[in-house]
Design a binder for this molecule. Structure first.
Ligand code: GDP
Length: 365
């Protein structure tokens, strides 16, 4: 499964946020084969459409889809030089598919800031710089080798050298490689470089309890937003401490708590959805009398591949998929009515599944 890694300087609220994630954790009974890694927190992906389908279909069971966060502890200044847990930290980031960068946006005299002051941009730059330096080292190593081969007019080497020439000066300026624009062809080469600063990122502004409701106007948040905009990255505002409490509440109490805080959706729920989006993930549903269930797929996947997420036999023996969009089923109320209205399609093996599709796979065993 794809995972988003939680990073940030010490004392910014990472553990608090990760605790909230584990407390909110997906019901283990639904996912018997889930990995048990203390650094991985599995959460259910909030989706109102699933609730609506349950209302319509009235199944025995409702099963949401899940998303995984990985806690990456231990960044210190000098990670790229292998200081402290530095190397380990970088190798953990290498393994995640996206980065959730937690930034301290709350004042609290009782909680020491590692640098002695709250300054979100300096914090972001401290971490980003370690990642940039690590990338610069990889790029420089690669550069020497590729430049030699490119002299022989080897086509691949020439193409790669052009990409390295685009990335290198940006890293040398201390900026992340994600700020460089690449063509689709170049993007394939970039992927093979396994850089850290090309991974998609979203910033998590951790604000004080009484600042969440008006988070947009918090001066620290504004700084983070301006910085994120320069990288085309998104910012999610949370109060990690409150999320830890919210995660332990029952559904009804949760709504009340959020209302008292003056927000509509919990920061954690927003974060889950933003990370899901960032990774190019989408959801399709299966809806039967036994269970209504959400399944995660990568945008662009075809029907047989999506069937394979449920079971490899479904992919191998795929014939076709009866498909209806969520909007149509929601509108017509029952599968039968949607069918009468001609809204249920028979899709074949080349169909690109869309977010919100409700699928019934037909297959040979
Ligand atoms: P980490 O080192 O980044 O994992 O940081 P922790 O999660 O351990 O948090 C450091 C300290 O900040 C702890 O004492 C937390 O209780 C506190 N903290 C975390 N989030 C908030 C917050 O939203 N508001 C306040 N006032 N304190 C917080």
């Amino acid at each position: 499964a794809l995972t988003a890694g939680i990073v940030g300087l010490p004392n910014v609220g990472k553990s608090t946020l990760f605790n909230a994630i584990t407390k909110a954790g997906a019901e283990a009974a639904n996912y018997p084969f889930a990995t048990i890694d203390p650094n991985v927190g599995m959460v259910e992906v909030p989706d109102w459409r699933l609730k609506r389908l349950t209302e319509l279909v009235k199944p025995k069971k409702e099963v949401p889809t899940t998303f995984e966060f990985t806690d990456i502890a231990g960044i210190v200044k000098g990670a790229s030089k292998g200081e402290g847990l530095g190397n380990q930290f970088l190798s953990h980031i290498r393994q995640v598919d996206a980065i959730c960068h937690v930034v301290r946006c709350f004042d609290d005299e009782n909680i020491t800031h590692v640098e002695g002051r709250v300054d979100p941009i300096a914090d972001i730059e401290t971490i980003n710089l370690e990642l940039v330096l690590a990338d610069l080292e990889s790029v420089n190593k690669r550069y020497t080798r590729v430049a030699k081969v490119a002299k022989t007019k080897d086509k691949d080497a020439v193409a790669e050298l052009a990409v390295l020439d685009k990335i290198k000066p940006v890293l040398e300026e201390g900026k992340s490689a994600r700020s460089v624009e690449f063509t689709d062809e170049e993007q394939k080469i970039v992927k093979g470089l396994f850089l850290l600063t090309t991974k998609p990122v979203l910033y998590v502004a951790n604000v004080a309890e009484d600042e969440v409701a008006d988070g947009e106007n918090n001066p620290y948040v504004k700084q983070v937003k301006a910085f994120a905009a320069s990288e085309n990255a998104e910012v999610i505002i949370v109060c990690a401490r409150a999320e830890e409490e919210i995660a332990e509440l029952e559904e009804e109490d949760k709504a009340e708590f959020l209302e008292a805080m003056g927000i509509e959706e919990s920061g954690l729920d927003q974060l889950i959805r933003a990370a899901y989006d960032l990774l190019g993930l989408a959801t399709y549903f299966t809806a039967g009398e036994q269970e209504v269930r959400a399944w995660t797929f990568r945008k662009g996947m075809k029907a047989p591949q999506c069937a394979g997420i449920i079971h490899s036999d479904f992919e191998r023996g795929f014939i076709r998929a009866e498909t209806v969009s969520f909007e149509d089923l929601d509108h017509y109320g029952t599968m039968h009515a949607a069918k009468e209205a001609g809204r249920v399609r028979l899709e074949g093996k080349d169909y690109e599944v869309q977010d919100g599709d409700i699928m019934l796979f037909r297959f040979n065993v």
